[in-house]
Design a protein around this ligand. Structure first.
Ligand SMILES: [Zn+2]
Length: 419
């Protein structure tokens, strides 16, 4: 039997592999280098005893840890297949090349100056959670790249959990399916994910921030495309003839509710967010993100947008203003409410790990939001890391260990409840 690698060594090894995804590429996965880690994970899963580990044409790695419940045991055949999912790619806007993880053992409780760029300081004053970490082993970057603990902490936690089952064969578990995925950061993590082939009844992404977080609610999201058609005329002879599409579009965007924008909302408030505009006198286009925790909220925003468009057609006679809405994803809560035990078990598992579960609505989407609507209910469990997407990412080893403990308890609970 291969030897288990220490969790910290495994994490550092994965963190050093550049797996940045691309927001502009159209191929899949969006960058070939994500497969560098995915290929390694096939070997690491096999070493942990998951003999069927394989990568498919898209880069998804899937593997099975078969149930070890003995024939004739009261839970035999009754425990549903539970999926554990984590993504290998790192955020597309901060470099993930040449990552140099720094290990701060027996952390002294002070500000952490990152050695590769002294202007990058993780300050206790900015990070209340850091105050509780004195004495822990904290992993950061050197300040020149991100760390990629989002979500290599999750990947490492899953592999460590599998090893723990391998080393404690008397601990009973049902069938477990593992999925390691590319392109989560660019919103394409589930694009080719085959839910039927994955074959799990429920799943958990291990991709949440901090200690004890459990996310079962996300935004509902649409994208709105506004097209204004004007009438271009020589500007010297344009009186009462020109209809300037640029002016109409600008007026429309300024007429939208200014207290419902990303920069003026928090918690459960939604928003209408123009992210791009382009055009000329005869035609101008804008793209807006529409976000709310409910479909009704989404439709209210979309009605406001349509009404504003209609108003602009009246105010600027001759202008045509078209609004097209494209669905992006929906709040996973709609699907998770149909199977409340899936979240309840995770809640209990976090509690058994000695933590108070932190249930926060996600002001965004997760791969789990799409998977839940593809038929695989998938809430999100913490991986222990902090400051996703930046050079000041940090993760205490002990918090990753808590994530491992939580997954162990979760698998226990699925067995207990099948009895
Ligand atoms: Zn992530």
């Amino acid at each position: 039997m291969a030897e288990r690698e220490a969790l910290i060594d495994r994490f550092v090894r994965y963190a050093k592999i550049d797996t940045q995804s691309s927001g502009t590429a159209t191929c899949y996965p969006s960058t070939e280098k994500q497969k560098d880690l995915l290929r390694i994970l096939v070997d690491d899963l096999k070493a942990a005893g998951l003999d069927d580990a394989a990568m498919d044409e898209w880069g998804y790695v899937m593997a099975t840890l078969p149930s070890n419940i003995p024939t004739g045991h009261p839970a035999d055949g009754k425990v549903p297949t539970v999926g554990l999912i984590a993504h290998v790619d790192t955020y597309h806007e901060v470099s993930g090349a040449n990552v140099q993880p720094q290990i701060h053992r027996d952390y002294d409780g002070g500000d952490i100056v990152l050695p590769g760029d002294a202007s990058q300081v993780i300050r206790v004053a900015d990070e209340p959670e850091l105050g509780a970490c004195t004495g822990l082993t904290i992993i950061t970057t050197d300040g020149t790249t991100l760390l990629g603990a989002d979500d290599k902490a999750g990947v490492s936690v899953v592999v460590e959990t599998l090893w723990q089952f391998r080393e404690h064969p008397s601990r009973l578990h049902g069938p477990i399916r593992v999925g390691f995925t590319p392109d989560e950061e660019v919103g394409r993590g589930t694009e080719h994910f085959d839910v039927v082939k994955f074959g799990a009844a429920v799943a958990y992404t291990i991709d949440g921030s901090g200690l004890g977080s459990l996310e079962a609610e996300t935004f509902c999201a649409d994208t709105a495309f506004v097209t204004v058609t004007g009438a271009d005329v020589h500007p010297g002879y344009a009186k009462n003839k020109m209809v300037n599409a640029v002016r109409v579009l600008s007026a429309l965007l300024m007429a939208l509710p200014q207290h419902r924008t990303p920069e003026t909302t928090e918690g459960r408030e939604g928003f209408l967010h123009p992210i791009s505009m382009a055009g000329n006198t005869s035609e101008a286009k804008a793209q807006l993100l529409v976000r709310s925790f409910s479909e009704e909220g989404l439709h209210e925003f979309e009605d406001i947008l349509r009404e504003t468009a209609a108003f602009m057609e009246k105010r600027y006679p001759g202008a045509k203003v078209a609004v097209d809405i494209k669905e992006s994803y929906r709040n996973m809560k709609y699907k998770l409410d149909e199977v409340p035990h899936v979240v309840a078990y995770a809640d209990e598992a976090v509690g058994r790990a000695g933590l108070v579960p932190r249930r926060l609505p996600v002001r965004g989407g997760t791969d789990g939001s799409r998977l839940s609507f593809m038929g695989l209910p998938t809430p999100n469990i913490f991986n222990g890391s902090m400051n996703f997407h930046g050079k000041k990412e940090w993760v205490p080893l002990e918090w990753m260990v808590k994530s491992v403990e939580t997954l162990g308890h979760l698998c226990d609970i699925w067995v207990e409840r099948a009895l």
